[in-house]
Design a protein around this ligand. Structure first.
Ligand code: ARG
Length: 365
């Protein structure tokens, strides 16, 4: 029997995945052969194949391990995987997403978690999420300025078109926008009690509290596609926990995000007239100290960038010992604060794409 080009490619991807997955799980050579044969027949008959639950679970972990932008990969094996491929309705999906948020948040003791929904089948995505993260703040354009998170402006407009109304604060959590194939997307408010947030305070600079900054506890990326053995899962939200700089050196600091450095510098009494006073750098450091301190005080898991880099070094060593090449995207791996103080800065990484992996994908139609 000859498979068509597409089916042949899928079979090739599947076989590659099964071999590496089964070897890692120490399953026998006979089992590999049998499973690959079975998959070949399924593809021949239906054009696709269905993962066993343990294949989804290990495949998702491998995808994390292969994520070139992620500095936190040492913990790839600890990923909790919820297999929700049977879900067909947006209402049920919302239940599962609420469960994901509650489980992952764990009152601050964050658990790395992924929930895998139904795969693409014959080009159709049964379910899709429009949100970039399950919890993220809205952004509103106002004349020349922005209230809230500028990265959310488009999605916020869409939510408003679908009838949602935010309070227009800088920290309105967007509703979940879930879509069933062929239908209009539906909005679901995330219950307040599920959203853990951390007010930003500073151990010495007490005035920082007056800026009324805060951030949410858990970053749950929800718009990427998970590819395991050629099977594409377009809805598979996943989370780890934050590295402090993501919030302190980017979300709250970037001039086109919350742009808080001028306000921090002001309360520190710095000379913001001359860049040579390094007021930006000083304010950045204090804002990042504030983020680390605040999450600690709130009992919410978060890692500093020096510790994260050390953990990444252990990951590199472990991978070498397992005979696997570590791929990485240097531009993403280096922290935005004091990058040259980490070992990552001083060596090259090959940005080769290995599967299973997570991929960016187009917004749903
Ligand atoms: N950088 C993104 C943010 O600030 C989150 C990306 C995922 N981060 C993580 N630590 N898992 O919201």
């Amino acid at each position: 029997m000859v498979l068509s080009a597409n089916r042949n490619e899928l079979f090739h991807e599947a076989a590659k995945f099964i071999y590496s997955c089964y070897v890692e799980l120490e399953l026998s050579y006979e089992e590999q052969i049998m499973r690959v044969k079975e998959i070949e027949e399924e593809i021949m008959q239906s054009g696709t194949y269905t993962h066993k639950e343990f294949e989804v679970k290990h495949g998702a972990k491998m995808a994390w391990r292969n994520s070139n932008r992620c500095i936190g990969r040492l913990l790839w094996e600890s990923l909790e995987v919820f297999d929700e491929r049977q879900v067909t309705t947006v209402e049920e999906a919302f239940d599962k997403l609420a469960h994901h948020i509650r489980y992952a948040t764990n009152e601050g003791d964050i658990r790395s978690t992924i929930t895998v929904f139904a795969p693409r089948k014959h080009g159709v995505d049964p379910l899709r999420l429009w949100n970039h993260q399950l919890i993220r703040y809205a952004g509103y354009e106002q004349d020349s300025s922005v209230i809230g998170d500028s990265t959310s402006i488009e999605l916020t407009k869409m939510c408003e078109r679908l009838g949602w109304k935010g309070e227009r604060s800088a920290f309105d959590v967007l509703p979940l926008v879930i879509q069933e194939d062929g239908k209009l997307p539906k909005l679901f408010d995330v219950p307040k009690e599920l959203i853990k947030e951390v007010p930003i305070i500073h151990p010495e600079l007490k005035d920082i509290a007056d800026l009324e900054m805060k951030w949410y506890a858990v970053p749950i990326i929800s718009n990427m596609l998970l590819d395991i053995g050629g099977i594409e899962y377009p809805m598979a939200p996943f989370n780890g926990w934050y590295m402090g700089t993501e919030i302190g050196a980017r979300n709250l600091a970037d001039p086109d995000r919350y742009n808080m450095l001028p306000s921090v510098a002001k309360l520190m009494g710095l000379n913001t007239k001359s860049s040579r006073s390094l007021w930006i750098d000083k304010a950045l450091v204090e804002l990042n100290i504030a983020v680390l301190h605040s999450y600690q005080e709130a009992g919410v898991t978060l890692v500093d960038h020096h510790t994260a880099a050390k953990q990444f070094k252990v990951f590199e060593k472990k991978e070498r010992e397992c005979g696997r090449q570590v791929t990485g995207n240097w531009t993403w791996l280096i922290p935005p604060l004091s990058p040259a103080a980490t070992h990552i800065y001083h060596k090259p990484y090959k940005n080769d794409i290995v599967t299973p992996n997570f991929f960016t994908q187009k917004d749903p139609e």
